[in-house]
Ligand binder design. Sequence first.
Ligand code: NAP
Length: 433
Amino acid sequence: MSATPEIVPPADAEKIEIHAGKLSVPDHPILPFIEGDGTGPDIWRATKRVLEGAVAKAYGGDRKLGWVEVYAGGKAFEKFGNWLPDETITAFREYLVGIKGPLTTPVGGGIRSLNVALRQILDLYVCLRPVRWFKGVPSPVREPQNVDMVIFRENTEDIYAGIEFERGSEANKKFLGLLKDAFPAEYKKIRFPDSAGIGIKPVSQEGTERLARAALRYAVENGRKSVTWVHKGNIMKFTEGAFRNWGYELAEREFSDSTYSWEQWEKTKAAKGEEAANAEQKSALAAGKVLVKDAIADITLQQVLTRPKEFDVVATMNLNGDYLSDALAAQVGGIGIAPGGNINYDSGHAIFEATHGTAPKYADLDKVNPGSLTLSGEMMLRYMGWTEAADLIIQGMDGAIGDKIVTYDFARLMEGAKEVPCSKFADAVIDHM
Ligand code: NAP
């Protein structure tokens, strides 16, 4: 076992940098990757070939991906006795953009989840999850083609911040004692205080605004139709409700040239009547402005099923976003191919990742679907501004799945499918670019 990993990027590759909030990507950028555990090596090999194929096809020899392997998870533990070596964090910090396969979660010890650790250390405050259907993917709904959404899930706050007091613990007793002394009326609202576990839900203006700004900017830059704040503000006024209000205020303050909001509609209605408000909204949208609106979380979960066309970019807090991303991924049959990215748009740091786990029973069988990691790579290229290569990957996936050339997971749900191994699916994607 060597003591520390050596991270040596290709000699002729250069760092991605960020200047005044804009990424500056050289033609041969250094990109750290973690291949991942279990099925990770299989899906990483397939993904690497697809990404390189797309870049070669889009740019000839003018652009090249400068991979450098970094370590985390089981492979890191085996080689270096460390689940998450400092060198890995340093590499992601220094090179800004990278990609990772699924990691075994260490059992016991201090680290709850390596993914969460990486997100926290680099303050990757957006969990970005695009949800779209690929023609032919088996789906439980009738019109999966109507689902085309991009979810911005806040990644650092909310009930997920990790402030919890276990029932019966000393900390729990101490916390409840403080609450009882300082806020007796609130304390009385706890139905069974002696056996209650307690969780705290911080939602800040800064945390909300950086997420909201990222979602609004994405919608404007990518010509999307709307941004919806999804919240439960009718019940949790000072957290979820505040999230909604801060979102609207930010849209008005920083994006009034490019957006029109339901709040503006309400103001115009109050001043000039509903007809004037409708006319104002109609002309703003006709001029290409993005509509900014909001929806209560429970109703959203119904309407993404019944009226998916009304949702486009969705921005929401951590817990709502967790539920919504997986529910939507299932709607397009994409649980096995749903991609994800964790991004800090201010520092530029971003790690793109497969959203499924290591599926250890399939390790090294060249069997599973590489789609989740491949589409995460597609998101990475798009984030870098290499749109032409990203578009080719979508085209390749569309073509391969449309021709019913798929891995076992889709084949078992499709009639007339040709089942292929992981590596051959990558070939089919490359052939269809
Ligand atoms: P999992 O690895 O996601 O596997 C659950 C099931 O999902 C598999 O048995 C398989 O279903 C299907 N599946 C997963 N990946 C697939 C792929 N690429 N193609 C097709 N089907 C796929 O979840 P798990 O078994 O609960 O977790 C295993 C390990 O992964 C644990 O150590 C867990 O902590 C870790 N994990 C890591 C991450 C991450 O790094 N992001 C996320 C989740 C879990 P069938 O059996 O039906 O074929």
